[in-house]
Ligand binder design. Sequence first.
Ligand SMILES: C[S@@+](CC[C@H](N)C(=O)[O-])C[C@H]1O[C@@H](n2cnc3c(N)ncnc32)[C@H](O)[C@@H]1O
Length: 215
Amino acid sequence: MRTGHRPAGAGADDLRHRYERIAPFYDLLDLPFEYGRYRSIRPLLFQGLSGRLLDAGVGTGRNMRFYPAGSEVVGLDLSPAMLKRAERRRGLSPASVELVQMDISRLAFPNASFDAAVATFVFCTLPDELQLPSLRELGRVVRPQGTIRLLDYTRPQGRIRQMVTRLWEPWAGWAFGASFDRPTEQLISEAGLVLTSSHFIVDDLIRLIEAKPAC
Ligand SMILES: C[S@@+](CC[C@H](N)C(=O)[O-])C[C@H]1O[C@@H](n2cnc3c(N)ncnc32)[C@H](O)[C@@H]1O
C-alpha cells in the first residue's frame, strides 16, 4: 500500500480517527446492509467503465469484485486500517488494483489521469466543507468526457423511512460521520462538473449521481 504524499486536510482528520476506530468492526456492522441492499447495486457503478479507474474511499474493498476485468483501479482511502482490510480483498478482483492512503479532497494525481472515478457511500460521510474540494478534485483527475459516479444516501421523503432515518442517524453520525443531508448534488456545477444523470436506485433513500468534467 502506497501513501499519498499530500497531507490530509484539517477537516479530514476527524473522519480518519473515526474509521481507524471502526475498521475492525466495519464489515460486521455493515453485513446486513451489504447483503440486503448494496451487493446487488454495486455492479451498476462500473457498467460501461474501462481503462484506469479511481475508487475513492475504497473502504474495506467491497467494490473490488465488481471492477471491470482488465481495468487498472486505484483504490484510495484516508484510513490505513480500512486499507489493510481492503488489501485482503484484492485477490477477489478481476482488475489490477493498487491501494493508496490519500485524502479525496487533496489528490496527489496529475490532471486527467483517470478514465473514470467512483465513490460509494463516501460523500455522505464527508463534512460539508470537504464536499466542494472533493468534487473538484475528482473533476480534475478524471479526463474530459470521463465519468464520475457517486452512490450515496439522501434524506427520504416518505414518513416511515424518515422516521427510521431519524432514529438511525445519531449512530450513523457517531460511527461513520454519515449524514443524510449532504449538499453533494447541489455542488456539482460549482465544482466544474456537468450532471449527466441522477436517480434513486433504492427507494427514495440511495441515489446514483453521474457527472463529467465540464470541458
Ligand atoms: C462508509 S465507508 C464506504 C466504503 C466503501 N466505499 C464502500 O462502499 O463500502 C466511507 C469510506 O470513506 C473513507 N473516507 C472518509 N473520508 C475520506 C477522505 N477525506 N478521503 C478518502 N477517504 C475517505 C473512510 O475511511 C471509509 O473507508
